[in-house]
Design a protein around this ligand. Sequence first.
Ligand SMILES: [Fe+2]
Ligand SMILES: [Fe+2]
Length: 175
Amino acid sequence: MTLNPKLTKLLNEQINNEMSSSYVYLAMAAWFEQTPYSGFAKWMFTQSREETMHALKFYQYLVDRDAKVELQPIAKPKMDFKSPLDVFQHSLKQEQRVTQQINDLFEVAEQVKDHASKNLLLWFLNEQMEEEKTVGDMLNRLKLAGNDTASLLVLDREAGSRPSAGGAPDVTPGA
Ligand SMILES: [Fe+2]
Ligand SMILES: [Fe+2]
């Protein structure tokens, strides 16, 4: 089944959205590297790699569907932040934006009755739910910690214990 042109365009845009997301997280990692919070830096770096994997998943899906891949420029990300709380606030907004994008994509897939695309997008909707929860939880704890350095360092250590996304990215749609 040929991929619908509108869906093809939106899936290509989503490659860009995910790569932009990866770039945003890499900028956040770089910001944390300039602070004592090495755990948050590692967390952001790992998240950046995950977003690249998301982009590759959309890329591979387009290739598998025999559709044309069109890559667009990636915008310069925000590089300056006020605090760990400020970074995670931006992160949550970004994830909410991506959830909206995937929701919109799902709606188009539904309109054109492309069930394979719906299946791919369902995987992403679940992923978004998890990411919003992870970021939201950290944000709540950062709010509680406030300016208490000891509490912030505990959260930093916890963030640093996140397993890093090592090895080759799994780009199998739905995996
Ligand atoms: Fe993503
Ligand atoms: Fe994400």
